[in-house]
Design a protein. Sequence first.
Length: 420
Amino acid sequence: MKRIILLLGLVLTVIVCHGQEFRVGAAIRVITPDPLLPVSGGVGTPKKTIEKKGDLFARAIVLERGAVRVAIVSVDNLGWTAALGDKSRALIKGISAENILIGSTHTHSAPDAYGFPDENGRSLADLAYLDNCVKKIADAVNEAVKNLTPATLKIAVGEAKGKIAYNYYAEQLYDPRCGVIQAIGKNNGKVIATLVNYAIHPEVIGSDRGILSPDLCGPLYDRIESRVGGVAIFMNGAQGGMVTADNRLDASKEAGTWEECIRIGNLLADEALRIVEKAEPVDTPVLACSSRNIKFPIDSEMMRYIINNSPIKMTSVRDNVVTTRLNFLQIGNAKVLTIPGEALPNIGFYIKRKLNTDQAFLFGLTNDAFGYILTKVDFNSFNRNEYVSRTSLGELTGEIYIQEVLTWLEEMSAQNQLKK
Ligand SMILES: [Zn+2]
């Protein structure tokens, strides 16, 4: 009898240990269109391209601890709406849809994924290309699941130094903090994936140079992967109005070249690796994923026109109110919150402070991409804010977002869901 109990105990221990094992997998897919397609840097007709610099990618990391499985995906595009993301989610096996975070890097040199209609209601978006991307995104996640292997995590947040980003509207109004999550294989000590979270507009090249490109994100991936191996993935932050790449030559001129993309991408990669280098690996990090729906009124005439006339049908819109999903992740000591658009940097600072950790991550343009998100006092205020106000859902988007997040954090705290 004693023996049986001992054996039972051993079996249970094995099950529990295995159940709590932490695993990570990563995979990528190239989504460069062949032949090349016009590119979009915002509302309006996409611009013709005649060459490419670098490739566009879908990049996926899957994290797993026990029964919890989470996918983080980044797409080299201006914005990736839930209308497209949900099609990929339906093709992904073994991860529930609410645990699949899909963000866009916000490169301004990739094909139109919004289906921006012109004044006649016509869109030039290539739906076959987008459909192909949908499949490749799902393929990348499914392969990342197959690649799951025991891992430890290094997590760090620090200031990325050097000429990387600045605020085009008010030079110093940007967040220099760069968050890094690096997964290392337990079996061989090799880097599986390095995730970089930083707020910046990858618009060095932009949409009117005849070039299709991941912008500075391409060189960022290449540099990280050539230095430490594994898969590099970039998640943008609160980069709205108007945190951009610092490729200034002087007060009035920007370089706007692929060489500048390489310089900035390499520098951000080197800074990210420097920041994470000394972090202590965590053996079995906490992993939790929650989600919550949020509703925004669509007050902007232009946004209504786009949503009503785009060939990419947004089923989440009813009576000029859109419903979208927020995610909150706890990965080790890191807390990650998603933003379904481009929050202005002051909102980013505020939310990071309220996350109440020195490892705060914001994944901007994730799960949806509804243009700029301003506080009501910023909306239609300075002349400088005219463009970002016009390309936002409305005056209250930022207030609703902030309130929803604060309520959610309070609820989770009251229910002791915030793991220490
Ligand atoms: Zn933008």
